[in-house]
Every structure is written in structure tokens, then in C-alpha cells.
Design a protein around this ligand. Sequence first.
Ligand SMILES: [Zn+2]
Ligand SMILES: [Zn+2]
Length: 276
Amino acid sequence: MIDVTLLGTGSPMVDPNRAGPSTLVKAGDSLFLVDCGRGVLMRAAAAGVGAANITALLLTHLHSDHITDLSDVITTRWVTTFVPTPLPIIGPPGTKAVVDATLAALAPDISYRIGHHPDITEPPSIQVHEYASGQVWDDGGVRITAAPTDHRPVEPTLGFRIEHDGVAVVLAGDTVPCAGLDDLAKGANALVHTVIRADLVEQMPVQRIRDILDYHSSVEQAAATAARAGVGTLVLTHYVPPLVPGQEDQWRAKAATEFSGPVEIGNDLLQVSVGN
Ligand SMILES: [Zn+2]
Ligand SMILES: [Zn+2]
């Protein structure tokens, strides 16, 4: 089994009830944090996971909502790890520059803590690995493959396929339907896809909000991707506009126009266990 927990189902829009985009994937003994939006470590704590427990951080892209709490992940990992353990961060080209800039912004804090705690002698240990596609992880019985997605003009962007013990979960990130994602998701047991309700967003009076239609999949488009790839379960997240509790069936009905399999949708901390 692979366990998927939606830590944050929100979007750039601040929502008192939804953390920013982030998904936790437990495969074997490994815990992968995919994106690290607003409030991610609060939700991870609610799921019983601390920053020190994270095996690796995967970033689908460098849009602010997906990396808001990168500094929190780096710092909290650093100060709660008693045997220094590097944090692997895997992301698209450009990730290293963002991590380096984050560490630069943290320089005063890093100096305060090294100065104050005798047992903290080194700055946070981060291993950044940038990929445009291909295998990005093979350890602990877990293999992870990345493929380019289409979130233009934001590029490069990645989807990830996490495989363990014959089970595969694909995380699409933000993307419109594209061949890279179709190939990556082929035959996966579950596809976790960020979605917007195009029918609602196109009616919004603010142009800046309607602009997001350009580079996200609607619920129907995500469902069509799931159908083309023949995935087992479609997991929807990153709801724009925010999902109103009680209206889950409206979203499921949109997905059902294209995909006949099970569709999971819900609030932060929704857990979906995926197996054969
Ligand atoms: Zn994005
Ligand atoms: Zn996003």
C-alpha cells in the first residue's frame, strides 16, 4: 500500500480552513512531502509527522503557493534533528537558486542558533537535486520518476510517479492536460491532480482570477487525463474556488462526466490508501 494524505488542499487564496498545496506520500518506510505550501508543518503534525521524519521533499514547481513554507521545513528539520541528516530536495531546474536564496534569508537565524546551542554547529544540510525528467529516486524499495508537465508560462514543471511494491501513485501538480502527464500516469493506481472549477472561475469578475484558467486543469480535464491513463482512483486537490463542505458531490459529478472510477475529494488531512 501507499498512503496519500492531502496535507493542504488550498491554493494561493488564503483560506482559514485549507492549508496551501502539499501532499504527504508514505511508501514503505519512506515519507515524501510533495510541495510545501502555507501551513504544511501544522498539517503534517496533525498527521503525526514532523519535519525530521521526512525522507525527501519533492517540488512540482516554484510557484509561491507550492513553496511558501520552504523556510519552515528547512529550519524545523534542522532544529529538530539531533543527528544531522541532510534533507534531499528534488525539483525542477531553478530549485537550487530558490533553496540558496531561502538559506540566505535565514542567515541571521542560522547564526543565532549556532551561537546559542552548543550542539548545533553546522547550518542546515540540504541536498538539492534538479531534474527535467527521468528517475529521481531509487532507495528503500521506492522508485520515483519525474516527467515534464505543462503549466506554461510557468516552466519547467514536474509531475512525479512514486512506486513501491507494485503500487504506483502519480502527483500531477499544476498542469493542463499534456502528453508528459499522460505517459507518467499510465496504469497508476492513483492520480493526485490539482483542479479548478472552470465553470465557476470563468464567471468571476476579477480578470486576475480568470487568468488561472490558462494553465490549470478543470475537474473534467483532470478526469479525462485519469481516464486516458487508465488510473484506478482520481484524487482531487488544490481546489479553486475553495471546496465548500457539502458540495463534494458537485465536484464528483463533474469528474464523472469523463472518468468512471472512484474520485476522492475532501478537506485537509484526507487520507487515501492505495493498493492493488
Ligand atoms: Zn502553479
Ligand atoms: Zn498552485
